[in-house]
Design a protein around this ligand. Structure first.
Ligand code: S3P
Length: 433
C-alpha cells in the first residue's frame, strides 16, 4: 500500500475461515539481533513480514551482518560478538523495539554509531534505556531523551537495576548489554513483562536465570557468553491474531482457525480476557519450540460481555488494548482500562487516538490520563477515521467498522504494514457479508 492510502471497511455478519499469521514481531526482532551476534549461521523461518522487523534486519546489515531472504526464511551469517562500524546512521524507522533493544548491543561495541527513526519514533522516550546503559559505561547523547541516539560504545560493566517502567524492551536491552559486560547483570521488574528476551537468549545458548520476585521477576545474565546460531520456526504473531480474535468476538456465528500461534503465557492474557468476555477458544497441538509455546486455536463466537483491564493486566495486554477498546462499545457491559499510561507514548498516543476514533463513530468514551472507560450496549456508525500513522490504530478500527452501520473509511491505512502488511487483504477474506 502506498503512503496516504485509504481503505474502506464494510460491515460484516461474521468472521469465518482459517488464517496463518506471519512470525511474531517481538520474537523476530530478538532473533534477528541475536543471530547477528551469534557464531555461525542461523535459519529463521516465518520471520515477521512487518516493516519494523525489516528495520532491525537493515540495522544488522549496516553493522556488517550478512543475511539473505529466501521467501519467508531469513538466513543469517552471524558475525560473533564484534560487529562492524556502520558507515551510515542506523535507521530504526518506526520501531521502538529496534532502537531500544539494539542500543544494548551497540553500546558494547568498540565504535560510535547513531540510531535514528521516523517522526513518531523521534518523539518517543529513550531515557529508560539511556540511564541504565550510561550506568553500565556507555556514552549516549540524545535530543532531550528522544532519538537520535549517538552512542559511543565501550567496555561495559554489569549493573543491578530495578526498572522504573514495566518494559520488556528495556529488560531485553539490558540483557543484551549484560551479555557483553564484566560481571553479572541483574534486572528486576515489579510487574512481569513478556519474556521473549530471556527465552531467545537461552535458545541461542546463553545461560539466563529468572525467578519470581513479588508480582514481578528478576533476571540475571553473566557477561562474556558466546551465542550459537539456531534453526527456528517463528510462531505466528499473537498481537496480530488479536484483531481477528476480536473480530470473531463481535459475531456469535464466527468460526475461525489459527494454526501455529504463539502461546507464550506472558502474552496469552488476551485469550483469558476474550474467553471471560464470551468467546469460545480451544487450543490443540500445544508444543514448545525453542522455549516458546505454540498451539492451534479454534474459535467460535458467543456473547460479548464487558471487562476491566488494570494493574499487571495492563502491561500484559498493552498492545491489544486498542482493539479491545475498539470492540468495547458493542459489548454488554463495556470496558474500563486503568494503569495503562504507557499507551500515551506508543507509536501514537493510543488513548487519545482510540477515544477520537470511537467518538467519530458516535460512541461515548471517557478518556482518562491512564486509560479510558467505554460504556457497553452502544450502536456505532461508519465514519471517516485516521490511523494516526499507527499500525495498531489502523487495524483496531477496521475491526470496529465490521459491526458499525454503514461504511468506514480509514485514512493512512498503510500504517498496518508496520507489523502486518497483509492485514486488510486477510480481513476481506475472512469477513462474511
Ligand atoms: C515489546 C514490548 C512492548 C510492546 C512492543 C513490543 C517487545 O513495549 O508494546 O510492541 O517486543 O518487548 P514496551 O517494552 O515499551 O512496553
Amino acid at each position: 500500500m502506498e503512503s496516504g492510502s485509504q481503505v474502506i471497511v464494510r460491515p460484516a455478519r461474521s468472521l469465518r475461515g482459517s488464517v496463518q499469521l506471519p512470525g511474531d514481531k517481538s520474537i523476530s526482532h530478538r532473533y534477528a539481533m541475536l543471530s547477528g551476534i551469534a557464531d555461525g549461521p542461523s535459519r529463521l523461518e516465518n520471520y515477521s513480514t512487518g516493516a519494523d522487523c525489516a528495520s532491525t534486519l537493515g540495522c544488522m546489515r549496516a553493522l556488517g551482518v550478512k543475511w539473505e531472504r529466501k521467501d519467508n526464511v531469513i538466513e543469517v551469517q552471524g558475525s560473533g560478538l564484534s560487529l562492524a562500524a556502520p558507515t551510515t546512521p542506523l535507521d530504526c524507522g518506526n520501531s521502538g523495539s529496534t532502537i531500544r533493544m539494539l542500543s544494548g548491543i551497540v553500546s558494547a561495541q568498540d565504535f560510535a554509531s547513531e540510531m535514528i527513526g521516523d517522526e513518531s519514533l523521534s518523539r518517543r522516550p529513550m531515557e529508560r534505556v539511556i540511564k541504565p546503559l550510561s550506568a553500565m559505561g556507555a556514552q549516549i547523547s540524545s535530543d532531550s531523551g528522544k532519538p537520535p541516539l549517538r552512542i559511543t560504545g565501550s567496555k561495559l560493566k554489569a549493573i543491578d537495576y530495578k526498572m522504573p517502567v514495566a518494559s520488556a524492551q528495556v529488560k531485553t536491552c539490558l540483557l543484551h548489554a549484560g551479555l557483553f559486560a564484566d560481571g553479572e547483570t541483574r534486572v528486576e521488574e515489579s510487574v512481569r513483562t513478556r519474556d521473549h528476551g530471556e527465552v531467545a537468549l537461552r535458545a541461542f545458548g546463553a545461560k539466563v536465570d529468572r525467578k519470581n520476585v513479588g508480582h514481578g521477576s528478576e533476571v540475571r545474565i553473566r557477561g562474556g557468553q558466546r551465542l550459537r546460531g539456531v534453526e527456528a520456526r517463528i510462531p505466528g504473531d499473537l498481537s496480530s491474531a488479536a484483531f481477528f480474535l476480536c473480530a470473531a468476538a463481535l459475531f456469535p456465528d464466527s468460526q475461525l482457525v489459527i494454526p501455529n500461534l504463539l502461546m507464550n503465557p506472558t502474552r496469552a492474557r488476551l485469550l483469558d480476557i476474550l474467553m471471560q468476555m464470551g468467546l469460545h477458544i480451544s487450543v490443540t497441538q500445544l508444543e514448545e519450540i525453542n522455549g516458546e509455546m505454540v498451539g492451534s486455536l479454534q474459535i467460535e463466537g458467543g456473547r460479548l460481555e464487558g471487562a476491566t483491564i488494570a494493574g499487571a493486566d495492563s502491561a500484559a495486554l498493552i498492545d491489544e488494548i486498542p482493539v479491545l477498546a475498539a470492540i468495547a462499545p458493542y459489548s454488554e457491559q463495556g470496558l474500563e482500562v486503568r494503569d495503562a499510561k504507557e499507551l500515551r507514548v506508543k507509536e501514537s498516543d493510543r488513548i487519545a487516538a482510540v477515544a477520537a476514533n470511537l467518538r467519530f463513530m458516535g460512541a461515548q468514551v471517557e478518556e482518562r490520563e491512564d486509560g479510558m472507560k467505554i460504556p457497553g450496549g452502544q450502536h456505532l456508525h461508519g465514519a471517516e477515521l485516521d490511523s494516526f500513522a499507527d499500525h495498531r490504530i489502523a487495524m483496531a478500527f477496521a475491526i470496529a467498522a465490521l459491526r458499525a452501520e454503514g461504511e468506514t473509511l480509514i485514512r493512512r491505512a498503510e500504517a498496518a504494514a508496520i507489523s502486518y502488511p497483509a492485514f486488510f487483504q486477510v480481513l476481506e477474506e475472512l469477513a462474511q457479508r
